[in-house]
Write a protein of this length. Sequence first.
Length: 286
Amino acid sequence: MGRPGRTRRQAEDALRFLAGAGHEDAVCDGATEYGSEAAAAVETLLGADPLVMPPGHIPKLPYWARPSVLPSVLMREGSVVLPESAVRHALTALALCRPGEPYAALPAIRAAYDPASLAGFGWELLQSWLLAGAPAADGWPLTVLGLIGDDDTARRLTPAILSWPGDGGHVRAAVGVEVLAALGRPATVIQLNTVVQRTKFRPLRKAAAEKLQDVADRLKITAEQLAGRLVPDFGIAADVHERTVTLAESLAQWQDLFLDYEIVQPFPQLGRETWQCFGNTAFISH
């Protein structure tokens, strides 16, 4: 019954959680100790649909988040493309999500939409936000990636996290690490480790290392299993669509690494070479 805000939302969520876990009578009995007004308010809270009680005010979608400038979204069953009105409602629901506080409609969205299509939509939404100058007041396109993203999202986000601090985006990079951790997928372990190994910024390295251990604990990965996942990547960039590899020693000993590729030119025996791999073909640039 306090002032609207984060603390009140967390209290309401906690009461709903307890009631949903079979302790509704105990919650209601506890509320009566604070008077009849509190008891009535808690009863109303527990009986209300959270979808009709959005947190705070309904945000107005910015110009860069209009459905007309974003890709289509597919339903989970079939290839039905959502109309712009439905996409607008979904965007509003995503905008209502806060770090650690997803909006109540999110489970319904994830259940109804094709996962890959939804993840791709989220990535393009992020690009639209970045092209608009990444306004801090509307940073939700980055945070919601942790709620609707997939393995490909983690792989595509990692290079951006590594580049943002150099462009003055330290805070954005830190949020990106939080997003990787929120994904909580096996691929996240490798991507967080990539940030730990390659970032030049100590605070970001420390944050990524802490989240790496958190994700490993959540996935119940032992120290040995974690070490097995974090095999050397030989400098292969996290972007799976275009990898740039620079090796300072002979590439001949790593030839097995490229067995799946069509080698356009024989491996050099000595010297520093840069390999760019596109699809199933490896090109040498001297």
